[in-house]
Write a protein that binds this ligand. Sequence first.
Ligand SMILES: Nc1nc2c(ncn2[C@@H]2O[C@H](COP(=O)(O)OP(=O)(O)OP(=O)(O)O)[C@@H](O)[C@H]2O)c(=O)[nH]1
Ligand SMILES: [Mg+2]
Length: 513
Amino acid sequence: MTDQSRLAGPLSMSVAALCRRLQPQVSARTAAGFAEVVRRLGAPLQVAVAGRIKSGKSTLVNALIGRRVAPTDVGECTRLVTRFQYGTVDRIEVVFTNGRKQVLPFAADGSIPADLGVDISAVSHLEAYLTSAVLQGMTVIDTPGLGSLDAASVSRTEELLGAAKQDEGSDDLDDTSRNAVAGAEAVLYVVTQGVRADDHQALAAFTAATASREAGPVNAIAVLNKADTVAPESVQGAGGDVWKAATILAEKQAALLKPRVADVLPVIGLLAETTESGQFTSADAEALRKLAAVDEATLETMLMAADIFTSWECEVPTGTRLRLLEKLDLYGIRCAIDAIRADPGIPAGALRRILLDASGLASVRARLSVVFAARADGIKAAAALASVTALAHASGDPAERQRVHDAIEVLLARPEAHQLRLLEALTLVVGGAVDMPEDLAEEVLRVGSNAVVDAQLGLPGGTRAELAAHALERAGWWRSFASFGATPAQSRVAHVVHRAYFLIWQQLRENRG
Ligand SMILES: Nc1nc2c(ncn2[C@@H]2O[C@H](COP(=O)(O)OP(=O)(O)OP(=O)(O)O)[C@@H](O)[C@H]2O)c(=O)[nH]1
Ligand SMILES: [Mg+2]
């Protein structure tokens, strides 16, 4: 807890310092809450993978971790929250609602057993500790599907993410305090083509119930999973291409989910899982080679539907075909066959690589690292500040509330807290708390939610001189908007945006030559 090097950066450090400083000045209960906030600040970013039932959340979690460990499809575990975090020894624990923990053996294939062998109604959640390097940067929380008919699993998720019983040492936290400090800090939202019009509300409801702050472009990204199942002829402009069709659909959904998520990226979770978790074997490659030798007309027919593929008369055994279907589905099989036909001698490893590239996972990873990893400090610090405010509010003591409020104001006024103020301003505008004309809201969003300067300025590829001139011009504009024409609430935001542009300009000048 005192190991500052584990904190994500300077903003987290200053919020942790604020908590420690305030601890002796507040009630024991609030102080316990602050201790929990500090503990969480030292942990990796908590990313919840959310989405409707069977959208492919667990499949994607496996792909990201690089191991087929989360149960997919069947079994009682898909109704439980599982937290995947870094550990030096692979271990699974069942955490019961009464706080008791029990170590579970892995199933023979290295996954979490489909049947836990315990009374599931007494289970709070699962903790999986894995040596996966990805987990050093973030804790991934797999959740049961939203819109599940099983009310018990929904309330378990809400309880866990919204009011999780944390580790030992925080037993003195009551429910209100726990509510204020727990929760995911970022969301990876999984949608499929069959997205429903109410996904926007579902995302809002999920984060309201579970995350310590609302989802916004700063801490939420979305993927359009099962891109391989999109029927290209149903999407105008796709020219019959599956990936193009999925990309067009993803863009449409981005507009629908805006501004709650930064982006919607198409992905084929299944292909990503198979190729990243060691499931694609040389036997699979051999079977695909045999299929590639089948004449085109027959193959065309076989690849029309899964049942035709498995039942058609063919040299490759039905069991093998079923296995390929499970691992790659028809689209992946088609991709592999095309690759083999283009290069008959292609080794299994290169084939795996092609399928991985076709899954779109690389873009998702890149986006995760831009949106989450690079901003972990700001996201964590902002979430922690929200928790601190909520804790003070819950204390019911006006003097205590004022003391905490004042301390936060002092912290935010410091120049190095600028990024926090920008995140705050962005959240106010995106959440509708501060009304802005649409073009200005867009601009706040662009400046606040991009990590790279030319994207922040809306001038991708601009020269340094162009960028600097633009930053200076916008800084001046926002300053005069803050003074003339803005409402008091808008003016607060405008000052922050002005400052952001000014700092960008300064940075561009300093890096000159
Ligand atoms: N074709 C195809 N199937 C997929 C893809 N991703 C997942 N699936 C399949 O969809 C089914 C559901 O996947 P899961 O990962 O269990 O979905 P989930 O969202 O975790 O499901 P719940 O936890 O039960 O809500 C499985 O049979 C997966 O193999 C994909 O990209 N393409
Ligand atoms: Mg699942």
